[in-house]
Each structure stands twice: as C-alpha cells, then as structure tokens.
Design a protein. Structure first.
Length: 313
C-alpha cells in the first residue's frame, strides 16, 4: 500500500529533533512509505530541523492556525497514497509499528474497516505528581486486536484515504482551536457506515513532559475532552435528533458530575487517594460535557496572542 505517515508539529523543536530519527527508521521498515511533517506555526519554524533529513522526510508549512487545518493539509498532501497514518511529534513508535497497522488494515478491510487505531503508552520525562499516580490518568484504555472502537484520536491512527475522499469526509475546522476534530471525524465515519478497528500490536510511546504531569493540566484536559466530546455528538446530528443528542449529553454530564463528586467524597472518608483523584477528574469532565451540550466552547489551542477562556457558540 502507498502510505503517508503524517506528523504534525507546532513549536516543539526538542520533540521534533528526538522524534525524527526514530520515525525515519520506522517508515523505512515499510517499502513505499513516506514521512510527511506538517508545520502548523505561523512561520516555518520547523523547516531547519527537518532539512537535516532531506531525502527521508517531506516538509510542508500550513500557517492557518488550528490542528484541524494541519490535519486537512496532511490529507491533501497525501494525494498519491492509499492510507495516511497520523502520529504526534512527542511520540516514539515501537519497531514494527507501521507494519502492524498496515497488516491490520489489510486483514480487517473486508469487514468495512476504514481506519485502524493503536495504543499510546505514556513515558514520563521527569517527576510525576503523586495525585496523578494515584489516579492512573495516563494509563489509556486498550482493546483486543480487531475490536471495534467508536472514537479514535489521531495520535496513532491509520485512515483509508480513497474511502474518505469518496464521501467528502475531512477534519472539521470548527474544532480547530478547541480540539475534537478527530472525534467528529470518527463519528462521521460511523455515520457513513465505516468501521474503526483496534490493533494492539501497533504501539507508540508518548513522552510526557513535567508541564503535563500535573493535576492542573489533567483537570484542564478532562474538562476539554468532556466539552469537545459533547459538542461533537451534538454537532454531527441534524434536525430533531439533535435535541435528543443534546439531552443525552446533558444527562451523561450530570451523571458524571454527581458520580464523580460522590466518589471524591468517598475517597475523603476512606482516605483513598485513588478515589479522590478519579472522582474529581470525573466531575470536571462531566462539567465539560454539560457546557459542551449547551454550546459553550472551551478553546484549548488558541494561540498565545489571543487566548479567551471560553466563548458561546
């Protein structure tokens, strides 16, 4: 299969320098695969770092702000490919990662499989807040290979390009500065009859810097994920069913807020750090779901020059 591995980057020169040698090696394991770096800074700040790998890496500059714009640029650049594989610039794929994704896609595509997602394992680059260790917040859910998943992030995801193009499915740029465009894409795939499968052998390792290994970052991310997930469910629904979708997300948000609050209180009573941590995070995510259901937008990826906390959709 003609394959484009797309790595998006934004002002992470250290991560980019560490990731490129490993990604070049992983892509070289698969005949006919190419590595594409999409620089999403206003200025082409990653160009010099990529220039050292000329001949092994293709570089493009996408100055429009927002991760959805960069993801769509990757889709547009992969015109000659059968599949595009997204990976982040702070991730390090294991040997055989790309081949495992492609083998899984080949094995499952007869059953309407149009995307394959793999596991992301976190590796900490410094001290970790004990609250995070108690909550296990960087331990992501895994599935048996071949399992169907409804929503997948683009930190380790293969997509069938011809299938997407035939249906006009791209990343929704209304979610460009909020995150969640990959959630919307996943839901659009489901609506169009496509299936996302899991490949547990295609492992990448996410390097977590000290700035993200804090409870404040975890809670902000929980709120954002609740907010964008709820907005995405409502956004992809049209007509009268949208009212039902909004009501469902309100209900789920209320359950999380109430359940999370109760679990946190139980943790206080039993002196369980795990219950306290997970309860608080669940309640915060539920609050994000509630605001998202009512159209409140949390813009996590607004550029520093103008960073409003929240606006009404």
């Amino acid at each position: 299969m003609r394959t484009t591995v797309a790595m998006l980057t934004f002002r992470r020169p250290g991560d980019l320098a560490d990731a490129l040698p490993m990604l070049v090696d992983r892509v070289a394991e698969v005949e006919g695969a190419e590595l594409l770096v999409v620089d999403n800074d206003e200025e082409p700040t990653a160009r010099d770092a990529v220039a050292a790998w000329q001949g092994s890496v293709r570089y493009v500059h996408e100055p429009r702000p927002g991760i959805a714009a960069a993801r769509n640029r990757a889709l547009a650049e992969a015109t000659g490919s059968d599949v595009v594989v997204f990976v982040d610039d702070d991730e390090r794929p294991d040997p055989g990662w790309l081949g495992a994704l492609l083998d899984a896609f080949d094995a499952y595509r007869s059953a309407d499989c149009v995307a394959v997602a793999g596991p992301v394992l976190s590796v900490f680059d410094g001290p970790v807040d004990p609250w995070i260790e108690a909550g296990g917040f960087f331990t992501r859910l895994r599935h048996p290979s071949g399992a169907r998943v409804r929503v997948a992030a683009t930190n380790n995801l293969l997509l069938d390009l011809p299938w997407l193009r035939e249906r006009g499915i791209t990343f929704d740029e209304q979610f460009g500065i909020t995150g969640g465009s990959d959630t919307v894409l996943s839901l659009r795939i489901e609506q169009a009859g496509g299936v996302i499968r899991w490949c547990d052998e295609a492992v990448v390792r996410d390097v977590v810097p000290p700035s993200r290994a804090t409870r404040s970052w975890v809670l902000r991310r929980a709120y954002r994920m609740g907010n964008t997930g709820s907005r995405a469910e409502v956004h992809v629904t049209r007509g009268l069913p949208r009212v039902r979708a909004r009501a469902v997300m309100v209900g789920r948000g209320l359950v999380r807020v109430a359940g999370g609050g109760a679990r946190a209180a139980w943790g206080v009573l039993t002196r369980s750090a795990r219950h306290r941590a997970r309860g608080v995070r669940s309640a915060v995510r539920g609050a994000g779901m509630l605001t998202g259901a009512f159209g409140i937008v949390y813009a996590e990826y607004v550029r520093p020059a103008a960073r409003p906390r929240a606006v009404h959709a």
